[in-house]
Write a protein that binds this ligand. Structure first.
Ligand code: PMP
Length: 311
């Protein structure tokens, strides 16, 4: 089925070509074994000639770290990566806000998960994207019985294609049980994250972040939210979080490139205190983020999170 939101040009085999012509073999090694790493980046249209991208360098860095962790051996400088994104924006001239999906993959028709025989390459496509979640009400979560894998099995610092079957199973379970999204605990029962987003909690006037070593991805949006909170002199406590802490949270803040900054309404049928509307801390982060994206924030360090492209 064709996705009408996908933009016409993609980067594939070292050049910009039509997305429809960027095809791989069904025997591609990455397709068979899930060995690929990917990123997800937000872009915004400013006007007919200008676009801006949120934290491009940080997304590049996480993708390259993932490539290193997975021993894929691909290499590209930030300058070259940025130039490809610029070229793609020029070719695609998105009509509104968009999403960029870069990934490092192997389409050789080689059987077996044998990294030393494989050569990896970069591909990038873009699609239109405004809201990823229905913004009428907060997210109704279920804690999944599918546990988050741990870093000694598959890196939790890399967005590894095959590892997303974990998110898939948890989300599917939540959906067939009538919930919107899943929260994954790790093998010790500690809260890690949602299927494609990080969590921040507000409880008893404390702001809590599940420690990354419990298994959550080092999200770029949650790091931005923390920087905003620190700028406003809030402390963020980083620790293990158990499920009852979730149930008794005053605010459950959900962050990710796709969802941006949003809020949880309930977890396993237990209502979050500020579950009907975004709570005060959620609102502060949302408003500050909007100011940053609009290039109106007074802190130049935050404005520098945006890379501007002229076409
Ligand atoms: N956790 C997982 C598993 C994710 O896939 C994502 C989306 N990239 C996030 C958290 C949020 O990370 P970011 O804010 O960098 O998009």
């Amino acid at each position: 089925m064709k996705n009408k939101d996908i933009l016409k040009y993609a980067f594939f085999r070292k050049e910009v070509i039509e997305f429809d012509k960027a095809n791989v073999s069904i025997a591609a090694n990455s397709l068979q074994y899930g060995g690929l790493v990917f990123g997800g980046i937000r872009g915004y249209k400013v006007d007919e000639n200008n676009y801006k991208i949120f934290r491009l360098y940080d997304h590049y860095k996480r993708l390259m770290d993932a490539n290193k962790i997975m021993a894929f051996g691909y290499d590209i400088s930030y300058e070259d990566f940025k130039n490809i994104i610029h070229k793609l924006i020029k070719y695609n001239t998105p009509k509104g806000n968009f999403y960029i999906r870069p990934f490092i993959f192997c389409d050789q028709e080689i059987m077996g998960p044998k990294l030393n025989k494989l050569t990896f390459d970069l591909a990038i496509y873009m699609q239109n994207l405004d809201d990823y979640v229905n913004k009428e009400s907060g997210i109704r979560f279920m804690t999944s019985s599918f546990r988050k894998y741990n870093d000694s099995a598959i890196s939790t610092k890399a967005k590894v294609g095959g590892a997303y079957v974990n998110s898939m199973l948890a989300t599917h379970q939540a959906n067939i049980c009538g919930f919107d999204e899943a929260i994954l605990l790790n093998d010790e029962g500690h809260v890690t994250e949602a299927s494609v987003a990080n969590l921040l909690l507000v409880r008893n006037n404390q702001i809590l972040l599940p420690i990354f070593t419990d298994g959550s991805l080092e999200g770029i949006t949650v790091r931005s939210a923390i920087d905003i909170l620190k700028y406003h002199n809030f402390k963020v406590l980083v620790r293990n979080i158990d499920r009852s802490t979730l149930y008794t949270a005053d605010e459950l803040i959900v962050t990710g490139t796709a969802m941006q900054v949003f809020y949880g309404q309930e977890v396993d049928g237990r209502k979050i205190t500020h579950g009907d509307n975004p709570g005060p801390i959620t609102t502060l982060i949302q408003e500050e983020m909007q100011k940053i994206i609009d290039l109106k924030h007074e802190n130049p360090d935050f404005i520098n999170w945006l890379t501007l492209f002229k076409i």
